[in-house]
Design a protein around this ligand. Structure first.
Ligand SMILES: [Zn+2]
Length: 382
């Protein structure tokens, strides 16, 4: 399976300049590709990928207003074409239903002001030198902090500059992890608001305090930014501060989620999580909560690690009332206010902890869904 390994990179001022040019050229080529495809589409013409690439790279270089494309590595420009092609294709496939999962929007033009600037290189555009530096075509040898070893030869690298002005190299590698020895335990996970998550075996994962602390810091930085005059130097500085606060939150969240998810994957053969449609949630009432973003990272890591170590990961559709359903007898016991932490089932008399009961229901639904993996919804109604 393919995994990303990301490292901090420290380019010299000269290399930063060359990277900036490469980012710029990749962006222009990407946008030119989108434009060419849009125009062709509007005119009802079919264009091939090679046509597009010839127009926006080979032919474009001959025009005076695009001559500077020749200053950067051509592999970067070719990859930008491919990125544009994939963005276009994902959008089409999503519209036609060929692509499953979240709806993919129309490709967006890239801007100089985007928070993330990046170039992608395949094997012929980069190499890792004997001195442990990362050679990037036309940019030179970049200093990398190898925080962990690459498990194998990377097939591509993306060099990124984020909004906080930090540089990263993100490698794609094929991993050859041995699956973990099989075990019997299976677990359902209920993601909560008061606690981060509750497992069907009764284990509680508390929300780390830094979520709140980091949220406060972030809010402060944002307030300070909103008070600065547009276009001023102070505003630019405040924006970097906001970006840095964001980056700190993201890093801390990821570290923590790595630890939690590793423990769960080690201890369980199958993991079932409710599908919260996190992207949908984030846009509505929980928009400002650092919490929901934490769920996204956490479930993604669970899924990734399950695949790596031969475990089962299933997302359970949350269309059944997991906190109303008795996990013992299956009676639906009506809506309960959030303040009700424990309740007794009217039918079988078992006393439930609200969250553990929900997690047990998720476990049951996940098992059913897995047995029924060939498709179709699973009926849980009683
Ligand atoms: Zn019951």
């Amino acid at each position: 399976m393919q995994l990303r390994y990301q490292y901090r990179v420290y380019p010299t001022p000269g290399q930063q300049d060359m990277l900036a040019r490469s980012f710029g050229c990749a962006r222009v080529v990407f946008n030119d590709c989108l434009l060419a495809r849009q125009n062709a589409y509007a005119a009802g013409l079919k264009v091939s990928d090679t046509d597009v690439q010839r127009w926006v790279v080979t032919e474009a270089k001959k025009a005076p207003q695009r001559a500077w494309l020749a200053e950067v590595a051509s592999v970067v420009l070719v990859q930008a074409c491919q990125d544009a092609r994939r963005a276009y294709r994902n959008w089409f496939d999503s519209m036609s239903g060929k692509r499953k999962g979240r709806r993919v929007g129309a490709p967006r033009f890239r801007s100089r002001k985007d928070n993330r600037q990046a170039i992608r290189l395949t094997r012929n555009g980069f190499s890792i030198r004997d001195n442990r530096k990362l050679y990037v075509a036309k940019v030179g040898e970049l200093k990398v902090v190898w925080s962990r070893d690459l498990p194998s030869e990377p097939s591509s690298v993306t060099v990124i500059k984020d909004a906080a002005g930090r540089y990263f190299a993100s490698f794609v590698v094929e991993t050859t992890d041995e699956p973990l020895p099989e075990c019997d335990a299976e677990v359902g996970i209920d993601l909560g608001l008061t606690t981060f998550a509750v497992l069907s075996d009764g284990k509680v994962i508390e929300s780390p305090k830094f979520f709140r602390r980091a949220e406060r810091r972030l809010r402060k930085a944002q307030q300070s930014l909103s008070r600065k005059e547009r276009g001023s130097k102070n505003r630019a500085e405040a924006r970097v501060k906001v970006a840095k606060a964001h980056a700190r939150v993201a890093d801390a969240r990821k570290d923590w989620a790595h630890k939690q998810s590793t423990a769960i994957i080690r201890e369980n053969q199958a993991v079932y999580v409710e599908d919260l449609c996190i992207t949908g949630l984030a846009r509505t009432r929980l928009a400002k909560s650092v919490h929901d973003a934490g769920w996204g990272v956490f479930t993604r890591l669970l899924e990734e690690k399950a695949a790596r170590f031969g475990r089962v990961f299933v997302k359970v559709d949350r269309w059944f009332p997991s906190s109303q359903l008795c996990s013992v007898c299956g009676v639906q016991d009506g809506r309960k206010p959030l303040s009700v932490r424990r309740w007794q089932c009217q039918a079988c008399g078992v006393v439930h902890d609200r969250d553990v009961n929900a997690a047990k229901n998720i476990l049951a639904a996940g098992r059913a869904e897995r047995r029924n993996a060939c498709g179709g919804a699973v009926s849980l109604s009683v």
